[in-house]
Write a protein that binds this ligand. Sequence first.
Ligand code: G3P
Length: 219
Amino acid sequence: MKFFIDTANLKQIKEAQDLGVLDGVTTNPSLMAKEGITGHDNIMKHYKAICAIVDGDVSAEVIATTYEEMIEEGAVLATLDPKIVVKIPMTKDGVQAIKYFSLDGIKTNCTLVFSAGQALLAAKAGATYVSPFVGRLDDISTDGLTLIEDIRLIYDNYGYDTQILAASVRHPMHIINCAKLGADVMTGPLSAILALMKHPLTDSGLAQFLADHAGAKGR
Ligand code: G3P
């Protein structure tokens, strides 16, 4: 399973990269705004800074909503760095833009996916990644994990290459359950990745090992 970090915060991206388990980054306009990154030039510079830190794919989302403008904006984003994946919303124009980029050999991430039908369309259009939002479905009392399960079944039935990128992942159990269901990638906050390593028996076991070692030395 690939681990992506869902942030535009350079410090957190570097921390995850230094940990040695990071496979990529996803961003969205809200995450860019959260870091105070505004204006075309600053946004482009920030994507380049992210690409300089990580080894894997970096999703950069279009702001455009029409097919023509998505093509124009996505083409500019794709020239920034070979790691850039053009992130496009699940709309009619978006599906057409994904098909265009797929034929052009440009990687895409179809975002804001909340149903199996949307995921099927994204795959048929040739998306590199599809992003079902697990956490936001859970937020409205719908089981986000069931969507991952359904998409996995559909993609396996027909051998679609589109990778299931479980997005809006919020905590370690989301990651574990997405892994059990066969999501290809998960994207979440650094806190969820770091929480995977925590276990009280690891802490107490290590404390015991160190105490026994110190005791043996003193004898
Ligand atoms: O980047 C898309 C997605 O991961 C957003 O997550 O936590 O805002 O629902 P969240």
